[in-house]
Write a protein that binds this ligand. Structure first.
Ligand code: ZN
Length: 275
């Protein structure tokens, strides 16, 4: 089976220190946590940055630069920058796409709209088309975040229309209270729709974190872990670091008999542009 790519989602845009006392917030904390994850075996880091005043996500280019530059200097991590902004706050398209100016190798691409609590995370056709074009122009590979089957169908249609190029790389997001549940049944239903030459990774939100990771492991996919998706290491026990999640996946993967991909191997597997 192909080597397994571990992505660490360091902070996200919404989880605050009140509920997760150890979550990285400042650029320095985000860099440090990403390096710890790299040391532990992560090949990719998924990056959001936080507004120092509000503590919530922002698409401010300079804050991204304060994370991206040290990581490029100190590590060979693959950087996946977010284009979601704060899901549910629905920032203007140009603002959401600002991190692309730093030319990451990967960027998240939310392939449809979905309810989030009292708000709606809006990803209009205009956003999807603009994001796809801009990523192509910059040589950034879209990581297609799919929360349900309709979002996969949208990606396939956009491929047919020439906006997205094969091989596609999907990130399943299962277990949000408004999308597909984190169950093998719902995963398999979605998985059926993937083109044969696709690569894919999986996120289980909250208590779906570890179970969905196991699906990624045994089905030949890749795995995303981290405090953006889940703040508990086990029931009732807060995670003390992102690296703790990465270490657990590395242990289980090796015990299972699959190898963990280095960043260089992850670039090969995902067909990322040569820097
Ligand atoms: Zn994210």
């Amino acid at each position: 089976m192909e080597k397994l790519i571990i992505t660490a989602a360091i902070t996200g845009s919404r989880v605050t220190r009140d509920v997760a006392p150890y979550i990285p917030i400042t650029p320095d904390e985000i860099v440090q946590s990403a390096i710890e994850c790299w040391d532990a075996g992560a090949a990719v880091v998924h990056i959001h940055v936080r507004d120092p005043k509000t503590g919530l996500g922002t698409q401010h280019r300079d804050l991204f630069r304060q994370v991206v530059e040290p990581l490029r200097e100190k590590s060979d991590l693959v950087l996946c920058l977010t284009t979601s902004g704060i899901p549910g706050r629905n920032l203007p398209i140009d603002e959401r796409l600002r991190p692309l100016e730093l030319e990451p190798e990967l960027a998240s691409y939310d392939a449809g709209s979905i309810n989030l609590g009292e708000s709606v995370f809006i990803n209009t056709p205009e956003f999807l088309e603009t994001a796809a074009k801009r990523m192509r122009d910059k040589g950034v590979k879209p990581e297609l975040e799919v929360f349900d089957v309709g979002m996969i169908v949208t990606c396939l249609r956009m491929r047919d229309q020439g906006y997205l190029e094969e091989p596609l790389h999907f990130q399943f997001v299962l277990g949000t209270p408004w999308g597909s549940p984190a169950t093998p049944k719902s995963f398999l239903h979605m998985y059926e729709y993937l083109p044969q030459n696709s690569t894919w990774s999986i996120i289980g939100i909250g208590k779906g974190h570890l179970p969905m990771s196991m699906i990624g492991l045994i089905m030949g996919g890749h795995i995303r872990v981290g405090m953006e998706d889940n703040i508990y290491y086990q029931k009732g026990v807060l995670a003390a670091s992102n690296a703790q999640f990465v270490e657990r996946i590395v242990r289980i993967t090796r015990e299972y008999g699959r190898e963990v991909a280095t960043p260089r191997e992850a670039r090969e597997i995902l067909g990322l542009r040569k820097n």
